[in-house]
Every structure is written in structure tokens, then in C-alpha cells.
Design a protein around this ligand. Structure first.
Ligand code: UTP
Length: 472
């Protein structure tokens, strides 16, 4: 059967067939058996794929870069180390960061478009209850921190949430049914990132998730550049005088929203793209390695860094490539806008994954072993594109506790994250002179104290803190 344009309102079979330029006609293998709605949805999916771009990506034999060759030339990055933080530098940066926030030049984006496969939670990761006592969700933890920043600086700060195809609808519903977690509607923008089709690793063909839909997955956190450009937010931000975008991941509730120190250092050093790092605990730790190659700051994924290079040490025994990426960044809006104007600004990375799919006969295959190539862009590939990039070291205990894996796994679980929150809040309290038993669980809401200084103002004389106290 050859359906006409009226069949589904978008394109005829012939149009789609020629859109597929012969090479991808297999996408229409089940066309005859599809309902009108299914045809409509398949036609939309097909026409949303940039087949030319996909074809070019797949034909290029070279990976976006030869990681092991790159690793051999990698040097530690020039960075503001934690020990370089003099009181004068802190004071100057806090002043600049504070001024930028207070004058409405800062917005925050939280990337929450990933599928959260490893956590094995059936809702968007942001809805996971992580507060050790409060049970606040990851989304709440970030918004509470942001609202504390708004209160401190007396300004409203736009909050952007990037979702993906599987997290978009539930995230929107979550925010709207929880009164936007206290944010005004004007301060909140939820936008969806793009997708890329999964490719059969053997045949190079696009995989079908069902007879009427393509196996699509989010195009990586680097998809933020394209998605922001599509949403016209960058244009509006520039005209509203927003100059800096603070970037964080939904799965790290220890991050301080719009950290004034990091923003201040970014401004002070004239950076376009700043990244916060922590000292790696051991050579092969599973974090991206922030390095410098040919004078450019770059990140080499742990999986791409040969072990012998990861294990290189300095004469004092410390790791040569010490800087671990924690995905907390500050970007100049101008710089993001420039990058968004070139579709190729960020390269694609390929990952081999097991992807369930339907074949041309309509049979479902659920492979256990990787069978497909997924193409993703990574936000940190913006760093080498910056004329000036900055690397700032933070302490992991104060800024990094990711929720990646399910309870019971060895690392980066909800339990390890909760422990990190409790340890940090207990330290703030004891440093302020309070007595807290070292096994006591405590939690501080950012409205009570956003940082260590706030806690010192709250605790004016030595007090004993009861276990399970939630300061709110
Ligand atoms: P991860 O790469 O750790 O992925 O994302 P994930 O989706 O959370 O979990 P797994 O790998 O499926 O288990 C790091 C951050 O980047 C966001 C995630 O939501 C998380 O905040 N991300 C990732 C996106 O926003 N979009 C993507 O396409 C990928």
C-alpha cells in the first residue's frame, strides 16, 4: 500500500522514502501494518533525524579523537588548587561572584535528561528521595540551595532544568504538582534535550524500538547546547543581561547552587568556561580526567585513559593527572551562544550498548551483550573551544557526592551520598562549636544555613546537638 499525504498529515510514503535517500528505507518496513497515528508518529521521528549528520558520523572511521594518543601528551591542568585559596583571593572572588548574582547576571541549569539506568529507579532521578532525615528529593535539594542563594543576594535567579524524552513529562508534572518547589513560574524553564538513534553496530542501520518507533536515546549532556539554542533561551538571556550560566548535574546534591566563589573566580580570571575538579582518590577512579593538551584544557574519560598513564606520579608520589571532573561548570552565555551557532561545535562520542529492537520481520530482540552504537555529546567538550578556560579545585567532601548506582553497590550510591551530606553538615556544626556525636545523623536545610559561615552565625555558644536533628 502507498499511503497518500492525507493519511498522516505530514509526509507521504514516497516523500519519506525519498527523505530516507534509499539508504534508510528499511525504517518503513512495517508501514503497511501501521495505524494512522503510528504512521504520523514514525514520520515525525524520521524527519526529526538529521540523516546527513548521522551518515557523516557513521562514515567517519576516526573516533572524535584518538584518546590514547591524546593521553600520552596530557599534562596536569593549570588550576587554582585548594591550597592556593588565600583569604584575599576568596574575598575578591566572593565579592565579584556576589555582585554578579545580585545584579541578575547569573542563571542556573540542572541537567536531568539522563536515563539513570544504573540507579534502577523508575522515575526521573531528580525525584529520588535523598535527604538523610528530610527525605527531600534531589530536585528539592537543588532548588532549596538555589532559593537560599536568592535570599542571600536578594534577587530571583532563573532555574533551567534540562530533561530527556523519558524524564520530561514526569519532571513537568512533579514541578507543577509541587508548586514548582517554591519557585515562581517566571524563574523556571523546563526544556527537553534532543535524541539520537541507536545504530546497529554490525550493519550500521538505525534500530527500531518497535514497528512504529525508532530506538532513540538522549543525545548526551552536551545536547544542552543545541537544546538551549532551539529554546531561544540564550537570545533572551543575553537581552536580559544574563552573562553567566552555572551548570550542575541532578545527581550531585552536595553542589552549592550558583556557588559565588566559583562564579567570582570565573569572572576574576576572565574565563569563558570554568570547571570545578576534585583531587582523584586513586589513579583509576571512574571520573573524567581534566588535563591540558597543547595548551588546551580537555577532559579524557577514565575509560579512555591508559592505566600506565593514569598511574604516573610526581616525584613526591602524588598523581600526575590528579584532577577529576565533577561536572560543575560556569559558562559565559556569549560563549555558549557562539558554540550553539555551529552544529559541529561538540563532537559525538560513541558508546557500545545493549539495545532491544525489532527486526524487519517484527521480531523483538533483547540482547544481553552490546549490539548498538549510541552517539552522545559531552558538555565538557566545550572546554577546549574556550579561548580561556579555568580549572578550580574543590574538596570532594564539600562538593561531590553523586548518586549513580543502586543501594548495595560499592560506590556512589544513595547511602554514600547521604553519608557525605551528614558528614559535611556535622562538620559545619562542630566547627561552629556545637557538640555532635560522631555517629549522629544531622541535616541542615539551606534556608537555615547555606554554608559554614551561616552555621557559625546560628550557633553562637557551645550546644549539644541531639541525634536526628533536622535544622530547618
Ligand atoms: P550520567 O552520564 O551519569 O547518566 O549523567 P545517568 O543518566 O544519570 O545515569 P546512567 O548512566 O543511565 O546510569 C550525568 C548527568 O548528566 C545528565 C544526567 O541526568 C545526570 O545529571 N544527562 C546525561 C543528561 O541530562 N542527558 C544525557 O543525555 C545524559
Amino acid at each position: 500500500m502507498q499511503p497518500s499525504r492525507q493519511d498522516h498529515g505530514v509526509l507521504s510514503f514516497e516523500d519519506l522514502n525519498s527523505y530516507c535517500t534509499g539508504e534508510h528505507n528499511y525504517l518503513l518496513a512495517h508501514w503497511d501494518s501501521l495505524s494512522q497515528d503510528e504512521r504520523f508518529s514514525l514520520a515525525r521521528q524520521i524527519t526529526q533525524i538529521d540523516l546527513g549528520l548521522l551518515q557523516r558520523e557513521l562514515k567517519s572511521q576516526v573516533q572524535t579523537c584518538d584518546a590514547s594518543e591524546l593521553s600520552r601528551r596530557a599534562m596536569p591542568p593549570e588550576a587554582i588548587r585548594f591550597s592556593d585559596r588565600t583569604p584575599e583571593l576568596i574575598e575578591q572572588a566572593m565579592r565579584l561572584g556576589g555582585q554578579a548574582i545580585r545584579s541578575g547576571q547569573v542563571a542556573m541549569v540542572l541537567v536531568a535528561g539522563g536515563q539513570g539506568t544504573r540507579l534502577g529507579f523508575d522515575q526521573p532521578k531528580g525525584m529520588y528521595a535523598i535527604g538523610p532525615i528530610s527525605g527531600r528529593t534531589l530536585f528539592q535539594m537543588h532548588v532549596d540551595s538555589l532559593r537560599a542563594a536568592m535570599k542571600r543576594y536578594g534577587v530571583s535567579i532563573p532555574f533551567l532544568v534540562m530533561t530527556g524524552p523519558s524524564t520530561d513529562q514526569p519532571t513537568r508534572e512533579y514541578f507543577s504538582s509541587n508548586a514548582n518547589l517554591g519557585l515562581s513560574q517566571d524563574d523556571l524553564l523546563i526544556f527537553q534535550q534532543g535524541t539520537m538513534p541507536a545504530i546497529d553496530a554490525t550493519t550500521g542501520r538505525i534500530l527500531m524500538e518497535s514497528r512504529s518507533s525508532i530506538a532513540l536515546s538522549p543525545d548526551g549532556h552536551g545536547g544542552i547546547v543545541r537544546a538551549l539554542a532551539k529554546s531561544t533561551w540564550l537570545e533572551q538571556a543575553k537581552s536580559r543581561g544574563i552573562r553567566y550560566l552555572f551548570y550542575a548535574q541532578v545527581d550531585n546534591p552536595l553542589v552549592r547552587a550558583c556557588d559565588p566563589l566559583l562564579i567570582g573566580l570565573h569572572i576574576l580570571k576572565g574565563s569563558q568556561a570554568t570547571t570545578q575538579v576534585v583531587q582523584k582518590r586513586f589513579a583509576t577512579e571512574k571520573v573524567g580526567n581534566v588535563v591540558e593538551v597543547d595548551g588546551k584544557t580537555q577532559i579524557i574519560e577514565y575509560s579512555d585513559l591508559p592505566e600506565e598513564i593514569a598511574k604516573q606520579t610526581n616525584p613526591d608520589g602524588s598523581l600526575k593527572l590528579w584532577a577529576g571532573n565533577i561536572a560543575v561548570h560556569v559558562f559565559d552565555v556569549e560563549f555558549l551562544d557562539r558554540c550553539s551557532q555551529s552544529a559541529e561545535a561538540l563532537p559525538f562520542h560513541r558508546a557500545l550498548k545493549a539495545v532491544a529492537h525489532v527486526d524487519h520481520l517484527g521480531n523483538l530482540h533483547e540482547p544481553k551483550a552490546p549490539n548498538a552504537i549510541k552517539l552522545e555529546r559531552f558538555v565538557f567538550d566545550l572546554l577546549p573551544a574556550a579561548e580561556k578556560a579555568l580549572v578550580v579545585e574543590a574538596l570532594a567532601s564539600e562538593s561531590f557526592a553523586p548518586v549513580k548506582n543502586a543501594i548495595g553497590s560499592a560506590t556512589d550510591t544513595p547511602r554514600s551520598c547521604q553519608k557525605a551530606i551528614v558528614d559535611l553538615h556535622r562538620k559545619w556544626l562542630t566547627d561552629a562549636g556545637a557538640r555532635v556525636d560522631e555517629n549522629c545523623v544531622v541535616e541542615i536545610h539551606p534556608a537555615w544555613a547555606w554554608d559554614e559561615q551561616d552555621v557559625k552565625q546560628r550557633i553562637s555558644h557551645p550546644v549539644s546537638i541531639h541525634c536526628d536533628t533536622y535544622f530547618t
